[in-house]
Design a protein around this ligand. Structure first.
Ligand code: DX5
Ligand code: ZN
Length: 217
């Protein structure tokens, strides 16, 4: 399978969100990456259920919801109801990740587990079998437009061997600071989903940038 491109709407124009959604619908973008922040787990607050419900009505594409909130267990059902197809929770924000991932699957959503740049891959050993996707943060979560942390490349290799060793079919998503320079490296490492916010939405031609990200070989 070739890689997928998931634009992060955090960098979209919220004054005219419909325009950006129409652009994404007509583009080669595969998923909509939606960043939910609570101002506690990360030092920023973004958006919640009502915005996701509106986006759900405006696109048929997969809604990939990245929860940067503490104790995400409290809200899994509501995010599913709002329209999430994939729900990703942070290892660092969750008391019982195994249980939370199982709950997400019970809700008939795909379950993602996320780790921050400073969290080692080996913490995933006990939970990875419960996940459909691992999201490696390649910036400190909270803000778009930061630069890619190079250590992520090592983590991708470690994660890939963990997946192979346990004979799993878990997707790898990378999020933060992805641009046209580093994306080919990630694709070559076997990353399944590239998230990109700033690179797409601050481009003069976002559709063309999505095309470029999608057509990396
Ligand atoms: C950061 C978010 C990212 C962010 C990526 O906390 O999880 O999804 O929007 O933005 P860029 O691609 O601009 O680093
Ligand atoms: Zn994200």
């Amino acid at each position: 399978m070739s890689h997928l491109v998931a634009p992060s709407l955090l960098s979209a124009n919220f004054l005219n969100l419909e325009k950006d959604i129409v652009m994404l619908n007509q583009s080669e973008a595969d998923w909509f990456h939606l960043d939910v922040m609570d101002g506690v787990f990360v030092p920023n607050i973004s958006f919640g259920f009502s915005i996701i419900e509106k986006i759900r009505k405006a696109t048929q594409k997969v809604l990939d919801v990245h929860l940067m909130i503490v104790d995400p267990e409290r809200y899994l059902e509501r995010f599913k109801k709002a329209g999430a197809d994939i729900i990703s929770i942070h290892m660092e924000a969750c008391r019982n990740p195994v249980e939370a991932l199982r709950t997400i699957r019970t809700l008939h959503a795909k379950a993602g587990i996320v780790i921050n740049p400073e969290t080692p891959v080996n913490v995933l050993t006990e939970v990875i079998a419960e996940a459909d996707m691992v999201l490696l943060m390649s910036v400190h979560p909270g803000f778009g437009g930061q630069s890619f942390i190079q250590d992520t490349l090592e983590k991708i290799i470690t994660l890939r061997s963990m997946i192979t060793l346990q004979n799993l079919s878990v997707m790898i998503e990378v999020d933060g600071g992805i641009d046209l320079q580093n994306a080919p490296l990630l694709v070559r490492q076997g990353v399944d989903i590239l998230v990109a916010g700033n690179t797409i939405f601050s481009s003069a031609d976002p559709t063309a940038t999505i095309h470029q990200l999608k057509n990396i070989r």
